[in-house]
Design a protein around this ligand. Structure first.
Ligand SMILES: C[S@@+](CC[C@H](N)C(=O)[O-])C[C@H]1O[C@@H](n2cnc3c(N)ncnc32)[C@H](O)[C@@H]1O
Length: 226
């Protein structure tokens, strides 16, 4: 079922791309799923294990801090950050995904919002202590990815942390199929936009077949440092 759902997503993405629309297919995919998460191949209905491992290792405490989840999908990562004390805003371009999150987590403290990473609300600029980007950049075509990355940097508060979790490749490797792994070269955009790379991890996850992932932590300088 997962492979069928992935094939359907690739087909939809291609159809929309031919019309010059890089993001319209997400809403169509969620709508067509009609509440069946099996039709959304990235929806595991559990928190991303790479996020949990990082939060545990760094002993991250969210109390008094604001977090933003980019392309939140069905909301599990956002809920985990809220559970760890963050005040969380989670957004997705697909209204059906956001409605689904609200329905799944009726008592949630997370503010779920329909928004586009290419055009985030003005009020979000520079206002988040922690921003999580997991698996959204890799479903955006390479031609628009760096614009999304620059927008994400603009959302971080001074002293804030950005955590990126993505499929990874080295520049000499072929770009592959959607989800397109991010190359180490592409990730340089974050540094070019003013962030300091704190840690870069290159590993294989537990999926079968194993998938190469990058987990990268960046920091925006605080006012005292800049
Ligand atoms: C591959 S899914 C990953 C979802 C979630 N982060 C996860 O790890 O399960 C990518 C998500 O990004 C959303 N998305 C795609 N383009 C977006 C954009 N321009 N702005 C905000 N969200 C976007 C999609 O609707 C989808 O829910």
């Amino acid at each position: 079922m997962k492979e069928q759902a992935r094939a359907r997503a690739r087909q939809l993405a291609q159809e929309y791309a031919q019309r010059g629309d890089a993001t319209g297919w997400f809403e169509e995919l969620y709508t067509q799923a009609q509440g069946n998460e099996q039709a959304i191949h990235w929806a595991d209905l559990e928190v991303n294990p790479s996020l949990v491992a990082w939060l545990d290792r760094r002993n991250i405490q969210g109390k008094g801090k604001r977090a933003l989840v980019v392309g939140c999908g069905l909301g599990d990562d956002a809920e985990e950050l809220a559970r760890r004390g963050f005040e969380v805003v989670a957004f997705d371009i697909a209204p059906t995904a956001i409605a689904w999150c609200r329905q799944r987590f009726l008592q949630s403290s997370v503010e779920y919002v329909v928004a586009d990473v290419f055009d985030p609300p003005q009020g979000w600029r520079g206002s988040f202590d922690f921003v999580l980007e997991a698996y959204t950049l890799q479903v955006l075509p390479a031609a628009v990815r760096s614009r999304a990355m620059t927008r994400i940097v603009g959302l971080l508060a001074q002293g804030g942390t950005l955590l990126v979790i993505c499929r990874g490749r080295f520049p000499e490797e072929p770009p592959g199929n959607l989800p397109w792994p991010l190359s180490t070269e592409e990730l340089e955009v974050f540094k070019g936009a003013g962030l300091r790379q704190v840690q870069f991890e290159d590993y294989f996850d537990q999926e079968e077949p194993k998938v190469r992932r990058f987990r990268v932590e960046y920091r925006r300088a605080s006012s005292a440092e800049s």
